[in-house]
Design a protein around this ligand. Structure first.
Ligand SMILES: [Zn+2]
Length: 275
């Protein structure tokens, strides 16, 4: 058989491997959109004024755009150097709603904690919007802890009849004390106790790819520390506002929380605990 027969097969295998490295595209609020960029592109790519992660390999350059959960469906635009614009479409998505009745003291924080909560919110926003000119080592992430997805991204919560902020990450249920591993190498931006998310670690993987770990029982890292992929960063707990032990895991691109599903859907299937 001619060796030329194998060339298309080889190409398909290579193309498949390349595709496997990219996150899953979902052009909706809270999703990640992949926009192919011109080969000769120079300079930064911006979306709503924020730097976007540009992934380059030998074959192409692609912008990985995090779409805010509050984005309106319709045509959105990337801003390229020199004033050029690249349009892309965002479709509508309705996330499920959850209504809960809780004792009022669990819904509204006490007055004497409001200043602390505001300061923490500012620090968290700063970490979420961090952008370093350093490409992530990979776009293939490992799930930081194996477990069942108990609360998905985007769930719209109505507490005692009042709409609250949607759930901006995944809750992965796992026994208290389970070790949480860094899904990629990164720089520790934050590692501190917070009112809502308890012991919280935020990692910066480069180019605006940020991950957050909440409700940890203990933290194994310090701010400014560099961590390797797979190294322990803490243990699962129920610190802060949590009804049981779980990891709140959140992932941001270009300063906005997106559905971790884009990077980790396969991982969840691989290591989910039955039940
Ligand atoms: Zn959560």
């Amino acid at each position: 058989m001619s060796r030329w027969f194998f060339l298309p097969v080889l190409f398909l295998v290579l193309a498949g491997n390349m595709a496997a490295a990219m996150p899953r595209e979902e052009a909706v609020p809270g999703g990640v959109v992949l926009v192919s960029l011109p080969d000769d592109l120079q300079g930064p790519v911006l979306y709503e004024g924020k730097h976007v992660l540009v992934w380059r390999d030998r074959a192409r350059a692609v912008a990985l755009v995090g779409v805010p959960l509050a984005a309106a469906p319709g045509v959105h635009q990337l801003e390229l150097a020199g004033g050029a614009r690249l349009p892309f479409l965002i479709h509508h998505k309705r996330y499920p709603q959850q209504r809960l009745q809780l004792p009022p003291r669990m819904v509204n924080p006490p007055q004497d904690q409001l200043a602390r909560i505001a300061a923490e919110s500012t620090r968290l926003a700063g970490a979420r919007e961090s952008y370093r000119l350093h490409a992530p080592e990979s776009l293939t992430l490992k799930l930081p802890v194996c477990g069942r997805l108990s609360t998905p991204f985007g769930l719209r919560r109505v507490l005692n009849g009042e709409p609250r902020q949607s759930h901006m990450g995944w809750d992965v249920a796992a026994p208290a004390g389970t070790v949480v591993h860094a899904p990629l190498s990164g720089l520790v931006l934050l590692a501190e106790p917070m009112y809502f998310s308890g012991n919280t670690v935020v990692l910066d993987h480069g180019s605006g790819l940020i991950t957050l770990y909440g409700h940890l029982d203990s933290m194994a890292v310090h701010p400014s520390e560099q961590v390797a992929a797979g190294s322990p960063i803490g243990r699962v707990g129920r610190t802060g506002r949590a009804t049981g032990p779980h990891l709140h895991f959140a992932l941001a691109l270009n300063g906005t929380w997106v559905n971790p599903d884009a990077f980790l859907a396969g991982e969840l299937r691989r290591c989910a605990v039955p039940g």
